[in-house]
Design a protein around this ligand. Structure first.
Ligand code: UDP
Ligand code: MG
Length: 337
């Protein structure tokens, strides 16, 4: 792994989704710029207001007069954190992009550690929560069960306790920008793109203002989305069930045939009826499952994720465009669609 040349000019982008955080904005913005200054970093901060209904936007706008390197994006409505992040990544220009929450739960003081790892040559440096105590017992149990289930049914393994607090190299950002899927399960996306990863531990800070926007129902939807986006196992269920029932009907058919041959008929028509019903529903489910398999493939194709992503090319110049030109193509395409 090659470490990055410290003399190369570096721009750090800090991307922050903001949803109803008026109580945190006034602390967060000066803290971020203070950090950039004390670390001697050239940086920009991009706040994406995800349709806040409180005074968050006005406060952000007020801070802009003080810090010109503050870029503000306001989404037309609440699209959800994942899409707010996507919007931020689309305009971030840094060689390294840091993602963090705006509710002060992610301590900005960890960012220099992220940068150090990035300079060593890692492409993704992700924060791992040392303590989950700020979450309730119920949420912790749910999260743990979900990770276990997800890693069983999906080929894209995800790391428990790693969230959106992370630093990504430019090429990772370009890769994620090419994933234009609407159901954006970020943990899966971060893992799917690959690249050189490393974890840095941090302590989650208790939420001081407001409440988490992730209610149990929203978390559940998110978990469901995640499994559907990164696994086709549920589609195969029908097929397994169908195959089982079809097998059972063959076994029962044989059993009744033999019994009738030996003991004669007790209830006329029963054997043929039960066996044909079972066999038919078995085959129907089997067929449904097969349709599911094809549907799963169509689903994968429709998502149109890039086939592969190049981390580095040695011995030939990287094709001009690998990422950014295509991102442009894709967004043009989605405009005209
Ligand atoms: N957020 C957002 N859009 C939403 C919900 C949340 O941009 O619809 C932002 C929120 O402002 C915060 C981050 O996402 O910066 C994490 O949200 P929250 O603290 O509610 O989630 P938790 O920390 O409980 O997972
Ligand atoms: Mg939070």
């Amino acid at each position: 792994m090659m470490s990055r040349d410290p003399r190369e000019p570096t721009l750090i982008s800090i991307v922050v989704p903001v949803f109803n955080e008026e109580a945190s904005v006034d602390t967060l913005i000066p803290r971020l710029f203070g950090l950039l200054e004390t670390e001697g970093l050239t940086g920009e901060v991009i706040c994406v207001d995800d349709g806040s209904r409180d005074g968050s936007w006005d406060r952000l706008v007020a801070w802009r007069t003080r810090y010109p390197a503050l870029t503000l994006v306001s989404l037309s409505r609440n699209f959800g954190k994942e899409i707010a992040i996507a919007a931020g990544l689309d305009i971030a220009e840094g060689n390294a992009v840091v993602l963090m929450d705006s509710d002060l739960q992610h301590p900005p003081e960890v960012i220099p550690e992220f940068l150090a790892k990035w300079r060593e040559g890692f492409d993704i440096v992700y924060g791992v929560r040392r303590n989950r105590n700020s979450d309730g017992v119920l949420r912790r149990t749910f999260t743990r069960t979900f990770y276990r289930l997800f890693n069983k049914v999906s080929n894209t393994p995800i790391t428990p306790d790693a969230g959106d607090f992370r630093l990504m190299d430019r090429k990772v950002v370009e890769a994620i920008r090419r994933m234009r899927e609407r159901a954006r399960f970020m943990k899966g996306i971060y893992s799917w793109v690959g690249f050189k990863n490393v974890a840095v531990e941090f302590d989650v800070v208790e939420r001081k203002h407001g409440t988490s926007s992730f209610s149990p129902t929203r978390l559940f939807t998110l978990a469901f989305d995640g499994i559907l986006s990164f696994s086709t196992v549920p589609l195969r269920f029908a097929m397994y069930a169908g195959a089982l029932i079809a097998l059972a009907s063959i076994a029962m058919g044989t059993y009744y045939m033999v019994r009738t041959l030996i003991f004669g008929i007790d209830v006329p028509g029963f054997a043929s009826l039960i066996v044909s019903t079972l066999a038919l529903s078995g085959f129907t489910m089997l067929q449904l499952g097969l349709m599911g398999l094809y549907l799963g493939r169509i689903y994968d194709e429709v998502k149109a994720r890039p086939l592969y992503l190049v981390r580095e090319i040695i011995g030939k110049p990287a094709p001009e465009s690998t990422a950014s030109a295509r991102v442009k193509d894709m967004s043009d395409a989605s405009h005209s669609a």
